[in-house]
Design a protein around this ligand. Structure first.
Ligand code: HEM
Length: 515
């Protein structure tokens, strides 16, 4: 495929490529994160690799930053949906190919990260974290192990559902709306949200692979996917038939409410009684986006708004749950660090407000950053070269796919001394053991004009959850989880969960002393 591109990259080192499948066997054998890590050790900071196209990899912090700051578009991905869903799918910011539209979408996301907006979510996060603590406490001091990853996913899914839709999701039986003549409940919404992640751009789906490999032939893949849908595509379509109309209906309601300047709406009214208007909570993401329509630089269509909300569900819960679970895993392995964390938590008020949370928990922050360094939920970032560029002395032509291998950079001994050790202190001082040898070495949320728009929300939620979890509880890993089995799909997650026994914190010192 694309022999001319291959020829133009022939001066760049890289592993031998097999006919037709290139380096795909390496990805299949190791997973992308580990494969890039190995190639980095073998070929240095710039190398090429063939995975559904030619890619050049920038594997040092400086070069990775260079590709992220100089280029703004990601690789195109074929749109596999037809009709109304085609239009919906085209509004996805991740792989949009028009920069002015991408900027308008990002402008619309920004208010969600303002302190005032985040402050609004703190109460909701406290309640969700309390619930997670209750679920974990149910097995205190019993021999029963619990999958912390499941509990934490349930927590982040609740927070994102409420933050995105402004919907109260505390009662699973609440009917949110009539959709296609049948009631759509909170339980179904949460189930669909879990499914969104599994079926969207699923790398194991043949049509997704074809769309990545040959995006210009998207009409053909679309035709095949719709005439001969495989299981993944059928599920992706099925859940869109509920989530997309649901998001669109809320957008329409809120548009009408904002037009009427009806700021009295405070909560979603399930079913409606004819006198109360349905609506979403003020300050929720839908509300923020709908209000952004009044500004020319942010203006999005209703379909584009619905797609951003849909993406918030996709990007917003699994990533945060994985980051948190990895941090809990590391802390369970290192009781001394967990003690230090608990000491910081006890030095602060029990239910800290937004300002205390952002300013008063440096060690908690450092634990999350260190968990995300060792196990970054986003293992790679991608861009397309906007023009010919010099990358570490190699000429890279315009249009080349560029990859920043976050996991490989985070595990590079020359950048992070004692790279495999869990050392939160390295994020607190330049003199600490294990402090990075160069700036910008931590890339958990990407960098530059396309970096993660949800990073502040994610960090706030993760921090607040740790504060609740480690105030009164401590965790021990059940045997057989070191090293942790990992699963790399769209994100990096724990393959079989993170299984722990749960104990009251006062018992932690004794536990640490146990063999
Ligand atoms: C710990 C949790 C999270 C991690 C590790 C994470 C990681 C990332 C990474 C690595 C990128 C790509 C950045 C780049 O290309 O430079 C990204 C993009 C993005 N993230 Fe996150 N993310 C997290 C949470 C969230 C949350 C909570 C939301 C939404 C509320 C979100 C929404 C997005 C969006 C919309 C983009 C695309 C931005 C664009 O295309 O311009 N993420 N994220």
């Amino acid at each position: 495929f694309r022999p001319l591109d291959r020829w133009r990259l022939k001066h760049i080192p890289g592993p031998a490529q097999l006919w037709l499948v290139g380096n795909l066997p390496g990805f299949a054998k190791y997973g992308d994160f580990e494969f890039f890590h190995r190639l980095h050790k073998q070929y240095g900071n710039v190398f090429k690799v063939w995975a559904l196209g030619n890619n050049v990899v920038a594997a040092s912090p400086e070069l990775c930053r260079q590709i992220l700051l100089q280029n703004q578009l990601r690789f195109p991905v074929g749109n596999l949906f037809a009709g109304e869903m085609h239009e919906f799918e085209s509004a996805n910011i991740l792989f949009h190919q028009k920069l002015d539209k991408v900027r308008a979408m990002r402008n619309a996301w920004h208010p969600m990260s303002y302190s005032g907006s985040l402050e609004n979510f703190v109460g909701l996060m406290h309640r969700a974290a309390d619930k997670a603590v209750q679920r974990l406490s149910a097995v205190i001091d019993s021999k029963e192990a619990i999958n912390a990853h499941m509990v934490l996913s349930a927590m982040t899914i609740q927070v994102i559902a409420a933050a995105a839709f402004g919907v109260d999701v505390s009662d699973p039986d609440t009917v949110l709306r009539e959709l296609n003549g049948t009631p759509y409940t909170v339980a179904e919404l949460l189930k669909d949200m879990r499914m969104v992640f599994k079926v969207t751009n699923n790398p194991n789906c043949i049509y997704t692979q074809l769309g990545l490999l040959l995006p210009f032939a998207a009409p053909l893949w679309r035709l095949l996917a719709n005439v001969f849908p495989n299981e993944n595509h059928a599920k992706a379509l099925d859940l869109r038939t509920r989530l997309v109309p649901f998001a669109k209906a809320l957008v329409a309601d809120q548009t009408a409410a904002v037009a009427e300047q009806d700021d009295t709406i405070k909560a979603f009214q399930p079913g409606g009684d004819g006198t109360k208007r349905k609506g979403v909570a003020a300050g929720s993401f839908i509300d923020i986006l709908v209000r952004s329509k009044q500004h020319a630089t942010m203006s999005l269509t209703d379909t584009e708004i619905a797609n951003q909300v849909y993406l918030m569900l996709l990007a917003g819960f699994e990533t945060t749950a994985n980051a948190l679970s990895f941090t809990v895993y590391c802390l369970a392995q290192h009781p001394d660090k967990a003690e230090k964390l608990a000491a910081e938590i006890h030095s602060q008020p029990e239910n800290p407000d937004y300002t205390t949370l952002t300013e008063g928990f440096p060690y908690t922050d450092a634990c999350i950053r260190e968990g995300m360094r060792l196990y970054p939920p986003g293992t790679i970032v991608g861009r397309v070269a906007a023009k010919d560029m010099d990358l570490g002395g190699y000429k890279v032509p315009k249009g080349t796919n560029l990859i920043g291998p976050i996991y490989a950079i985070h595990h590079d001994e020359s950048v992070w001394p004692q790279a495999e050790a869990f050392l939160p202190e390295r994020h607190l001082s330049d003199d600490a053991v294990g402090a990075p040898t160069c700036p910008h070495a931590w890339l958990g949320f990407g960098e530059g004009a396309r970096s993660c728009v949800g990073s502040r929300l994610a960090l706030l939620e993760a921090k607040l959850a740790l504060v609740h979890l480690f105030r009164n509880l401590s965790f021990r890993l059940t045997p057989g989880q070191v090293p942790l089995k990992l699963l790399a799909t769209i994100t990096l997650g724990p393959k079989e969960g993170v299984w722990v026994t749960v104990h009251e914190r006062k018992a932690a010192a004794n536990l640490a002393a146990e063999p």
